[in-house]
Design a protein around this ligand. Structure first.
Ligand SMILES: Cc1cc2nc3c(=O)[nH]c(=O)nc-3n(C[C@H](O)[C@H](O)[C@H](O)COP(=O)(O)OP(=O)(O)OC[C@H]3O[C@@H](n4cnc5c(N)ncnc54)[C@H](O)[C@@H]3O)c2cc1C
Ligand SMILES: NC(=O)c1ccc[n+]([C@@H]2O[C@H](COP(=O)([O-])OP(=O)(O)OC[C@H]3O[C@@H](n4cnc5c(N)ncnc54)[C@H](O)[C@@H]3O)[C@@H](O)[C@H]2O)c1
Length: 491
């Protein structure tokens, strides 16, 4: 048995940042990873999806710009660029980051076998790694060859397990996998999940997407731009401001996608090369492939939690320090705790958990976590939002909408339009939520996040002057609209 100060299970963005933070503080840290260092984000989620989206976004923007004609995609080159960014599904490029910080990487599946004890089962076929074919699609994904040689001093039981002991804490950071909803025939139809969608080597002639949440709309955007005939099923971005879903739907339709927002998928079947999806209104849609984008399942089963008396179904509940109630040595961060399924929030929670292990207090009264966390959806238009939508707050609010491109800077922005909505908590005189749609609005979000997390009073915020001619003048338009309302209210 080897002993460390902290053992982290899962080397996605959450686990890596927690391990890095603790190692830099001088602690002796092990990180256990069953698949790829870098996690879902690096290989099957954020990075490849954005690599597929960005070229189409740029080409569309260029073609909307007066004086530019004929920008178009070279699809094989887009896929090659994506493959390069995900290291051809080999995590060798990620491991040095751990090594440089002196973090011990232990390959295998980790599970708790007692207080501060983790058993690691080496990956199946660890000595001669097999090629794992993902057969349900045009994709043949070969897992990176990971030879696991037991390190000096390691002790293994008869099943090849190694036991690690943590002096201080265990941090669970195992993330999620795509949920397969109970739709008749879905599993048998071998649907694509996010993994096949973002690693495909061929673009199917047509694609039907079940679920129009974040994964659904981003993949609808990407595959439409890459030449697939896309049908998107489900209410579009139901957790965001209604106008955001409407604008994204309208834009996808303009680009040629078939958006069926009022229905749900109720049955799926595959006949030969065709998948047929039956909708709740009785209609059917056929396509070459079906992508299920209907939410995520936390990877909490098989972690040994039930044996420790901790509920192990679904997301693992945590307090504001990311501690699992009833076990002061155990933390759960990132997607696994279900609070805010974003890479930046996994990394944020990692810093909170690590600082708690170190006895510092980063966690006091923070407003950044949970459903109001900052988020950007990389469609055309992009949707950048932080805090609560106007429909989801119980406070007395006032809503101010201004056009995203209704300022001098917007004249150069590619002509896609969009809306910037500011939701004011009237009693506290602070912003409760901001949603901005439009071309290239992702980086607008941080100003709104600072205003909300900093609880900057609106009367103070008016003195934050945006430069001319920048698109940040949406803030000026917001203050103008607010002043106009106040003036007319006084008359
Ligand atoms: C298609 C798609 C696109 C996305 N795009 C974005 C985006 O643009 N921006 C954004 O902020 N978020 C995005 N997300 C969400 C983002 O991917 C997640 O929020 C993020 O990956 C969560 O990080 P994590 O560290 O919690 O978990 P993960 O990245 O899921 O990593 C968990 C790791 O733990 C390992 N593991 C699990 N259980 C065990 C175990 N028992 N033993 C050992 N190892 C284990 C897994 O193999 C994995 O490597 C996207 C998600 C999807 C599906
Ligand atoms: N840009 C980003 O930051 C980004 C990108 C992708 C994913 N993510 C994260 O990943 C999470 C998971 O994304 P997701 O899209 O899988 O989940 P989601 O929860 O955002 O959306 C899933 C949608 O599928 C719908 N659905 C379920 N069953 C259905 C059916 N039978 N027919 C039609 N619709 C059905 C649900 O009602 C829901 O609206 C997101 O919440 C987000 O936090 C972030």
């Amino acid at each position: 048995m080897r002993t460390f100060d902290v053992v982290v299970i899962g080397a996605g963005p959450g686990g890596e940042v927690a391990a890095g933070y603790l190692a830099q503080a001088g602690l002796n840290v092990a990180i256990v990873e069953a698949d790829k260092v870098g996690g879902e984000c690096s290989f099957y989620a954020c990075i490849p999806s954005k690599a597929l989206l960005r070229p189409g976004e740029l080409a569309a923007q260029a073609n909307r710009t007066p004086g530019v004609v004929g920008a178009r995609l070279d699809v094989p080159a887009v896929l090659a660029y994506r493959d390069e960014l995900i290291g051809h599904l080999d995590d060798a490029g990620q491991v040095p980051w751990l090594e440089e910080r002196g973090i011990e990487l232990v390959r295998g599946h980790g599970r708790l076998i007692g207080e501060r004890r983790v058993a690691v089962t080496p990956p199946a076929g660890a000595v001669t790694p097999p090629a794992v074919a993902v057969t349900q699609s045009a994709v043949a994904v070969t897992q990176s060859a990971v030879a696991v040689t037991p390190p000096a001093g390691a002790s293994h039981d008869g099943a090849g397990e190694e036991v690690l002991e943590a002096r201080r804490a265990v941090i669970l950071a195992g993330g999620t996998r795509a949920a397969l909803p109970a739709i008749d025939g879905l599993a048998e139809a071998k649907p694509w999940t996010n993994r096949e969608a973002v690693t495909a080597q061929e673009i199917p002639e047509s694609l039907v997407i079940i679920g129009a949440g974040v994964v659904g709309v981003e993949m609808a955007q990407a595959y439409t731009s890459l030449g697939s005939r896309v049908t998107l099923i489900g209410r579009v971005l139901p957790r965001e401001e209604v106008f955001a879903g409407e604008q994204v739907s309208a834009s996808l339709r303009d680009q040629g996608a078939d958006v069926r927002a009022g229905v749900r998928a109720v049955a799926v079947s595959r006949t030969g090369k065709e998948v047929i999806v039956t909708l709740s209104d009785g209609a059917t849609v056929s396509a070459s492939e079906v992508l299920v984008a209907a939410g995520r399942t936390p990877q909490s089963a098989g972690l040994g939690l039930e044996e420790l008396g901790i509920a192990a179904r679904g997301a693992i509940g945590v307090d504001e320090r990311m501690r699992v109630p009833g076990a002061d040595w155990l933390y759960a961060i990132g997607d696994l705790n279900g609070r805010a399924l974003f890479t930046h929030m996994a990394k944020y929670q990692a810093r909170i958990a690590a600082s708690d292990v170190l006895g510092d207090d980063l966690a006091v009264d923070h407003l950044a976590d949970g459903p109001g966390a900052p988020r950007v959806i990389f469609t055309e238009p992009q949707v950048a939002a932080v805090g609560v939508p106007s429909t989801a707050t119980s406070h007395r609010t006032r809503v101010i909408d201004v056009p995203t491109d209704g300022n001098a800077g917007g004249a150069f922005a590619g002509g896609i339009g969009g809306t910037a909505r500011f939701v004011i908590d009237v009693d506290r005189d602070v912003l409760a939520g901001v949603t901005i749609t439009g071309a290239d609005v992702a980086d607008f979000l941080q100003a709104a996040t600072i205003a909300i997390v900093g609880e900057v009073p609106i009367r103070r915020l008016r003195h934050a002057v945006p430069a001319f001619p920048t698109r940040s003048e949406i803030w000026l338009k917001f203050f103008d609209a607010l002043a106009a309302e106040e003036t007319s209210g006084r008359r």
